[in-house]
Design a protein around this ligand. Structure first.
Ligand code: PLP
Length: 391
């Protein structure tokens, strides 16, 4: 898949807010709540959408605009909005476009808070959903009803790292005239561009690899002009705006996304290969390992295998907990996509409220460990994982 490999880095680095009279080389931070009108006619024209320009930072701000213009160029989408968190992006992308009576078809293994929106918030507004299994695509079409308006998926899935074929899904959405919304947070625009396969909306938690340094909460909704117009209206009047400071950090972070992802993926692939065949490791899952059941799809759909590796320790829940307690360098924290390597044990933390059967349905076995492989020296990462497995 051609992903504008030739100029991804250039766009990420060189697209920048117009230089001010101070001649700054690096874009400044526009910490201002509102923007001054030239005259009464300019104010009228801005509010009438007859001219482009910033009015008020809840609507738009040069730092957020720069971040979004870049992200659109990297994802291949027409338009977008920046949001204060990934969840604000997920919520706005759905709430702006759905109404009472509508139905969402979602992959079962979506992010926990996305589950909460679908399970516990949308039913209040009479918006229903069905979860489909990512590993049983043959069952999806039969779950589409006349009320279905949107398909919402994440690929690769968390934490099982199963993939959905985006080309197939794009065709399914087109056939049934549905909005395809892809949370592309795990892959980032560097590894995968869902819009090229027919996604109408591409949503991001920028908190993860886009910031990539564990500093900022942020998000984005990208997509077609037509849909983003609705999402922008919704966001403008409900207020999930990204702060100029966070937008500035995230736009800077995009400048290094390609080099960071290259190293993240190289480290992750090395760790996954090293764990495969270890006597105390039952199973290793990584999209670019030939043992991954969807290895061919991964190679077609993704530029590299990603920064997440999951593996199954013998010894169940206790084995997983012992492993985390034995780690010396690797962090135990509720995040991913950081320069620092992070380990989590989903069965006793993020997914502990599910039943065993529900966990099994999203590919979480009791001893499953998820590693978000960071940018430390790979020998140190491997040494820490191996010594913790031995304990
Ligand atoms: C973290 C995450 C989110 C939520 O993003 P926040 O920035 O924490 O609000 C949504 N989707 C996925 C896949 C995530 O990993």
């Amino acid at each position: 898949m051609k992903q504008d490999k030739d100029n991804f880095e250039t766009k990420a680095i060189r697209m920048q807010t117009e230089r001010s009279s101070f001649g700054e080389h690096s874009a400044p931070i526009y910490l201002t709540s509102s923007f001054v009108f030239d005259d009464a006619e300019h104010a009228r024209a801005l509010f009438a959408d007859e001219v482009q320009g910033n009015i008020y930072t809840r609507y738009s701000n040069p730092n957020g605009n720069e971040f979004i213009e870049k992200l659109c160029a990297l994802e291949g989408t027409e338009d977008g909005i920046a949001t204060a968190s990934g969840m604000a992006a997920m919520y706005c992308s759905m709430a702006a476009l759905l109404k009472s009576g509508d139905h969402v078809l979602a992959s079962r293994s979506v992010f926990g808070s996305t589950h909460q929106i679908l399970n516990n918030l949308f039913p209040r507004f009479n918006i229903s959903h069905t979860y489909a299994d990512i590993d049983k695509p043959q069952t999806w079409e039969a779950m589409i009803t006349p009320a279905t308006k949107m398909i919402f998926v994440e690929t690769p899935s968390n934490p099982a790292l199963d993939l959905i074929d985006l080309e197939w899904l794009g065709a399914l959405a087109k056939k049934h005239n549905l909005i395809l919304n892809v949370d592309n947070c795990f892959a980032t625009p560097y590894l995968q561009n869902p819009a090229k396969w027919g996604a109408h909306l591409v949503t991001h938690s920028a908190t993860k690899f886009i910031d990539g340094q564990g500093r900022v909460i942020g998000g984005a909704v990208l997509g077609t002009k037509e849909l983003i117009k609705e999402v922008r209206f919704f966001a403008r009047h409900t207020g999930p705006a990204l702060s100029p400071f966070n937008a500035w950090l995230l736009s800077k972070s995009l400048e290094t996304l390609a080099v960071r992802m290259e190293r993240h993926c190289q480290n992750a692939a090395t760790l996954a290969t090293r764990l495969e065949g270890h006597p105390k490791v039952e199973m290793v899952k990584y999209p670019f390992l030939t043992s991954h059941p969807q290895h061919t799809l991964a190679k077609r759909q993704m530029r590299l295998g990603g920064a997440l590796v999951t593996f199954e320790l013998r010894g169940g829940i206790e084995g997983g907990r012992k492993f985390l307690n034995a780690l010396k360098m690797i962090s135990h924290t509720a995040n991913l996509g950081d320069t620092r390597t992070i380990a989590t044990h989903p069965a006793s933390t993020t997914h502990s409220k599910l039943t065993d059967a529900e966990r099994a349905a999203v590919g979480i076995s009791p001893g499953l460990i998820r590693i978000s492989v960071g940018l430390e020296d790979i020998d140190d990462i491997i040494a820490d994982v191996l010594q913790a497995i031995e304990k």
